[in-house]
Ligand binder design. Sequence first.
Ligand code: ADP
Ligand code: ASP
Ligand code: MG
Length: 411
Amino acid sequence: MALIVQKFGGTSVGTVERIEQVAEKVKKFREGGDDIVVVVSAMSGETNRLIDLAKQISDQPVPRELDVMVSTGEQVTIALLAMALIKRGVPAVSYTGNQVRILTDSAHNKARILQIDDQKIRADLKAGRVVVVAGFQGVDEHGNITTLGRGGSDTTGVALAAALKADECQIYTDVDGVYTTDPRVVPQARRLDKITFEEMLEMASLGSKVLQIRSVEFAGKYNVPLRVLHSFQEGPGTLITLDEEESMEQPIISGIAFNRDEAKLTIRGVPDIPGVAFKILGPISAANIEVDMIVQNVAHDNTTDFTFTVHRNDYQNAQRVLEQTASEIGAREVIGDTKIAKVSIVGVGMRSHAGVASRMFEALAKETINIQMISTSEIKVSVVIEEKYLELAVRALHTAFELDAPTRQGE
Ligand code: ADP
Ligand code: ASP
Ligand code: MG
């Protein structure tokens, strides 16, 4: 008999009918003899609806109160699912994060899980009950409700699986696994049988929202067997694995991630003297703004240009800070661009293959897509391009790296 944690995302519990379907599925597993803990998200669209409500009161809602409100979405779905299970003769009980006691830090809207009390859940499992836990939420040491950031139910699922030493954490969603890239953008994308934690972490960090980044970090750290599956279609899904050797067919790259959330800022005509990077980025970091890619040009005329990217939400703030710095250090001007996108190729196979980046640049050049910034690591190459070319770039790279699914005859 296995212990399985099953997490169902927003679209999978988006209607009462779907919740009934999920209950049927859980019932089958239960009848197979496994112990089941289910984590659910809010109904799809609900978290956005709640955030919009808050924004009607204030542009920047008080984080603590926002958490009190957005956590209600999951409270509805846990109760509905427990009711649907009980209706089917499956003993079940629902718990909020506070009731389980999923203890987090106090960073409202982006809290981190510190500890999970597994006693209540274990007692219920022992008594033959399915335990349904609210995703995305926890409680801090003072009893304040916290939430884990968008997509946080994935992290609840993985953290519970780690705390309970579950045999597997299954993430059920509206795609049948992790694909070479978002199948909504590239219809030829292929499902991967396996992907390493390291690659999945890069994919998630670089914009693939199929799994929340923290859930992958957690799964890697605690070695939680993690699988992404379709909620309502049969299939093996994608296994996230530790083992590079085991990872699929060892292609050079495993996937392509992209991200429209960044914006670019350039400070021009900066005096080329030691300490200038610190003078520019110090105030940005002091304003709590995270910087992603950075490029500094070679100086001529004793001045240089310095470009970096930030999250689009931080753009205006960063621009203000940078204007101030520019006047202090005597830079010529500050220019910015919010219509950019980042495209990244990811794969552990890159370690053993030279020329991966140039193959990427060649594919983009063939489509006359201009590369504005580049950054590389051992297992990824990222470029910043004009946003309007994003889909074209992703498709071109998908083909160039031979990731396209074979077309069926007649297509
Ligand atoms: P849930 O509500 O179940 O948490 P999400 O919307 O958070 O679902 O994640 C599933 C979505 O992630 C898919 O519908 C798909 O469009 C998107 N996605 C982005 N990149 C990938 C990828 N590489 N593989 C699979 N899905 C991806
Ligand atoms: N309901 C939350 C969100 O929409 C958490 C989740 O779905 O994982 O972000
Ligand atoms: Mg999600």
